[in-house]
Unconditional design. Structure first.
Lengths: 117, 110
């Protein structure tokens, strides 16, 4: 199956700093990647859809300036949490489809746990 | 607001037991239903993608059914093994967005 790699797995940072999370498709090209956030005991919540070569599409309630998404190549999307605060502490996970079909299965990264002190 | 619900929240069974969980979703504007298995410290992996009412899919000891008219899907595991311990997620596709349930945590004791 297709492989998506996410880095880093864990990150601890001080309040006010920015943190970058990378999501790479290792053996396929992904024109679209999805970024999710998960709070404890809750479901994966879609934050934004990352589109290669164009602006990301953000879900309602997600701050574009807080969560910067860049999809500069067909194999890499990055999520930058800017000026992180303790309330940004969460689990972030990316995913992608191999094909462009809306019904196709998603391939997920391993996720990144962010702790902001 | 689209809401996908899974029950039970968690389940503990003995090795060899058969078990099942439920995923409920709004039936209007339905496109597809996904099931994923998420083992600790690993990436979620797709089990099934189902689109047709009455569809039934099987992979080894795991099977799933779909009722799009009433908005539910069942996941069955026959003869549970310790390696089946994981969180099982379902997600319903609306337009181009997958809406996930909170998952069912399964623990199989040997």
């Amino acid at each position: 199956g297709a492989v998506v790699s996410q880095h880093p797995s864990w990150v601890i940072c001080k309040s006010g700093t920015s943190v970058k999370i990378e999501c790479r498709s290792l053996d396929f090209q992904a024109t679209t990647m999805f970024w999710y956030r998960q709070f404890p005991k809750q479901s994966l919540m879609l934050m934004a859809t990352s589109n290669e070569g164009s602006k990301a599409t953000y879900e309602q309630g997600v701050e574009k300036d807080k969560f910067l998404i860049n999809h500069a190549s067909l194999t890499l999307s990055t999520l930058t949490v800017t000026s992180a605060h303790p309330e940004d502490s969460s689990f972030y996970i990316c995913s992608a489809r191999v094909d462009n079909s809306n019904t196709g299965e998603l391939f997920f990264g391993e996720g990144s746990r962010l702790t902001v002190l | 607001i689209l809401n996908v619900e899974q029950s039970p929240q968690s389940l503990h069974v003995q090795e060899g037991d058969s078990t099942n969980f439920t995923c409920s979703f709004p039936s209007s504007n339905f496109y597809a239903l996904h099931w994923y298995r998420w083992e600790t410290a690993k990436s979620p992996e797709a089990l099934f993608v189902m689109t047709l009412n009455g569809d039934e899919k099987k992979k080894g000891r795991i099977s799933a059914t779909l009722n799009t008219k009433e908005g539910y899907s069942y996941l069955y595991i026959k003869g549970s093994q310790p390696e089946d311990s994981a969180t099982y997620l379902c997600a319903s596709l609306y337009g181009n967005k997958l809406v996930f349930g909170a998952g069912t945590i399964l623990r199989v004791k040997s």
